[in-house]
Ligand binder design. Structure first.
Ligand SMILES: *Cc1c(COP(=O)(O)O)cnc(C)c1O
Length: 356
């Protein structure tokens, strides 16, 4: 069979390797991992690779993704990262644990759990300054108190999320704050919190420099497992594979052309007045891939090529004097935005490759 283009090639063995190294490394200080599958649309094979690598939980922001993985037979504790009131009934049916910040939603989860004689597990998220989801620290005790009065939900932990919206770093001080909050809750209500979830792929630097991790015993990792990177400094994590995902597209035009457009300048397809660098006559290629398929700024050409620009269905590249044949293939590595967009495009086929 001829491979489809454009396609994203996915190495399950590299994903498993990353999950394993990270599970071992974080495990050394007692931290368990949730493998976050949302950037892959909850792909069951990728989730399976994470589980084989040692993650104990699979976490996703979309209920539909979790349902897909369960239907495909993936077996793990499933965690919903984003809980909507309107989905409470399905959340109770399909998810083991959900992250929550609103009491009205927790009450609805309790209602549906009670109806089906279940106990739904929740992690209460605290706001530590990034200003995405979370209950303000001063309101946490009251929230937990009210939740403990509900019979069909169980508070199994607390967590926080940083470095997502506000760009706030998960540093020693933030992690200490979360630890102290966990201890305060445990002391006040005489309960044991099974999970204290300190964050995401941005927590690597904190972990590596921490003498002690306090009460933090869990992280939720997407990018680190999938792309082998931490997200505070955008650095590759030593020992991990950074090219488990590669995007391949087909060359459809290859010509020597001027580097400056000629004629009267107006606007491009996206309403901008573009500017260009004069490189003289040079060798250019066009590939059959565009902004409709992928976030072009999230692509990095693997060969010695340079992206000059893009429109909905074309990416134009400087091929650096090489005359690439039409019909030939060019490869790109992806950042998180590139991965997310390529995985969600119906035009990009997914191909699992077995070589390392
Ligand atoms: C997406 C998400 C994660 C994973 O983030 P990465 O940077 O990919 O590790 C963790 N926690 C929550 C709440 C998320 O929404």
């Amino acid at each position: 069979m001829k491979a489809l283009l454009p396609r994203i090639e996915i190495s399950l063995s590299q994903i498993q390797h990353n999950a394993q190294i990270l599970s071992e490394r974080y495990g050394q200080k007692g931290i368990s991992l949730m493998g976050v599958s949302k950037a892959t649309l909850g792909d069951p094979l990728i989730a399976q690779a994470m589980i084989q690598g040692g993650v104990k939980f699979i976490a996703d922001s979309r209920l539909e993704n979790i349902q897909k993985m369960k239907q495909a037979g993936v077996s793990a504790r499933f965690v919903l990262l984003r809980t909507a009131l309107s989905q409470a009934e399905s959340v109770v049916q399909d998810v083991n644990i959900s992250l929550n910040t609103e009491f009205q939603t927790v009450k609805a989860l309790c209602y549906y759990a009670n109806l089906s004689q279940k106990v739904h597990q929740i992690i209460v998220m605290v706001e530590l300054g990034d200003l995405r989801e979370g209950i303000l620290p001063c309101d946490m005790l009251q929230f937990v108190k009210k939740t403990l009065e509900l019979s069909s939900v169980k508070v199994i932990g607390i967590g926080c999320n940083l470095a997502c919206y506000g760009g706030i770093k998960p540093d020693m001080q933030k992690m200490r704050e979360l630890s102290e909050l966990a201890e305060a809750i445990e002391k006040e209500f005489q309960i044991n919190l099974e999970i204290v979830s300190g964050g995401n792929s941005a927590n690597y630097e904190w972990y590596e420099s921490a003498q002690t991790v306090g009460r933090i015993n869990n992280l939720r990792l997407g990018e680190s497992i999938l792309l082998g990177r931490e997200t505070v400094n955008q650095q590759a994590i030593p020992g991990l594979c950074t090219s488990a995902f590669e995007l391949t597209a087909e060359v459809i035009e290859s010509k020597e052309k001027p580097s400056l457009p000629f004629g009267e300048i107006c606007r491009d397809a996206f309403g901008n007045v573009p500017t260009f660098l004069d490189r003289g006559i040079h060798q250019r290629i066009i590939i059959a891939l565009g902004r409709q398929d992928v976030l072009v700024s999230g692509l990095k050409p693997n060969d010695d090529l340079e992206i000059l620009g893009s429109s909905s269905d074309h990416v134009v590249l400087d091929s650096r004097h090489r005359n690439l044949k039409i019909g030939s293939e060019v490869k790109f590595s992806l950042d998180y935005g590139g991965l997310l967009s390529a995985m969600t495009s119906p035009f990009v086929s997914k191909q699992f490759i077995s070589c390392a």
